[in-house]
Design a protein around this ligand. Structure first.
Ligand code: NAD
Length: 379
């Protein structure tokens, strides 16, 4: 780790946006990055408005990635990495432009709007030789990393069952006319091939593979559009078979009335089970035969080094979404600086490709009403 902060440019994150401001807070939390420039909006005035709020000089607020690259390239203090926090349909073009211009890239999920874009991006990442990461937020939680390490160490024995649920209720009504975030998420031209499956189903899918160490091989999906008039799924029900035939169930919904963001993962092995829920992200529940239950807490002594690395505060001092996101940025900084600190923990191009194939496969399975194989991609 060097003492010098890396200079970051952010695309997206304009006034009123959701995840761009989270990228800013997370990137800066551990003093590994400084937000130096951005194309926070496609409208220059809005981009400048956000820059002023964040103390960024007006001449480093741009109206698109092309302008940012042109403006930053020639500066001694120009940005070294670009973060992408725009709606899905622009991820591919921005990532391509940034990588080809020699920048490291950290992109929000889903990696691209279509499978074709994901498949086109993979060789661009390889040819660029630049660091490329994806902000699958939940992989930054200490207790997710603890769960992953325990399963890899054989603590629950051979995995036999995976259950992952991601219920939200915020799209229970047709709010898209008055809500910018709902509008693009329910528009196939902006969101891409999936609705809820692409927005939150991918988090659930990636998390199940990330923690279990298994890969999904087959699936059958039922992706209804529950709210009348929707063009994309708003509810996802997927049966999976992982490596070795291990069964899995994935549900994700944006019409689960009253639910907020209750992502929950349960993995069961021959010797025990474990459970993590976003409502209490600093806890990992371990289940043992004869109904014995154990709860372990973030920050407690004896946790795996990868969990300790994702913890900043003593046990009992809650860390949450921003800190998990910041862990991904710390891993990204290590990756840029060539340190091995992240130890393969940071999601990258393989996770992006696998998730794109998952969405594509689920959408096709829903249409065909049948099981389909998920083409393999090495993680
Ligand atoms: N990792 C997570 O947990 C997480 C959570 C929420 C959203 N996301 C992802 O983040 C992305 C953004 O989602 P959001 O909810 O923040 O959307 P949003 O609508 O709240 O914000 C998007 C911002 O991007 C700007 N923008 C759009 N196109 C642009 C362009 N070409 N150049 C510059 N700025 C542009 C908009 O003006 C807006 O400020 C999506 O891909 C979404 O799937 C990830």
């Amino acid at each position: 780790m060097t003492n010098e902060m890396l200079r970051l440019g952010l695309i997206g994150g304009g006034p009123g946006s959701f995840i761009g401001p989270v990228h800013r807070m997370a990137a800066c939390l551990d003093a590994r990055f400084v937000l130096s420039a951005g194309a926070f909006s496609r409208t220059l005035a809005k981009s400048r408005q956000q820059a002023a709020r964040w103390g960024i000089p007006e001449d480093r607020a741009y109206d698109g990635v092309e302008a940012l690259i042109a403006g930053e390239r020639g500066r001694d203090d120009g940005v070294q990495a670009i973060a992408i926090a725009t709606p899905n349909d622009s991820h591919f073009a921005i990532a391509k432009a940034a990588l080809e211009a020699g920048f490291a890239v950290i992109c929000d999920k889903p990696m691209t709007a279509t499978l074709a874009e994901a498949e086109a991006l993979a060789p661009i990442v390889v040819q660029s030789g630049r660091p490329f990461a994806l902000t699958y937020t939940y992989t930054g939680y200490a207790m997710i990393r603890e769960a992953r390490a325990r399963i890899a160490d054989g603590a629950i024995g051979r995995v036999r069952k995976i259950m992952v649920d991601y219920p939200q209720g915020w799209l229970s009504e047709r709010i898209e006319a008055d809500n910018a975030q709902a509008r693009w998420r329910t528009d196939p031209a902006k969101a891409g091939m999936g609705g809820a499956i692409g927005d939150i189903g991918v988090h659930a899918f990636q998390l199940a593979e990330y923690v279990s160490g298994l890969r999904a091989a087959e699936l059958i999906a039922d992706l209804p559009r529950v709210v009348t008039g929707r063009q994309l799924d708003d509810d996802c029900n997927v049966l999976l078979r992982f490596t070795g035939g291990v069964p899995g169930v994935l549900t994700a919904s944006q019409i689960a009335t009253g639910e907020r963001n209750a992502l929950r993962l349960r993995v069961y092995g021959e010797k025990g089970g474990l459970e993590w829920c976003h409502d209490a992200p600093g806890e990992l529940i371990l289940r043992w035969p004869e109904a014995r239950t154990e709860i372990i807490h973030a920050g407690a002594p004896g946790l795996h080094s990868t969990a300790q690395r994702a913890t900043r505060l003593p046990s009992g001092h809650p860390e949450g979404f921003i800190e998990a996101f910041a862990t991904l940025y710390a891993d990204f900084a290590d990756m840029i600086e060539g340190s091995c600190g992240a130890q393969g923990l940071l999601p990258g191009i393989e996770d992006g490709l696998r998730s794109a194939r998952f969405i594509d496969c689920a959408v096709r399975s829903n249409e065909a009403r049948t099981w389909l194989s998920l083409p393999d991609i090495a993680r």
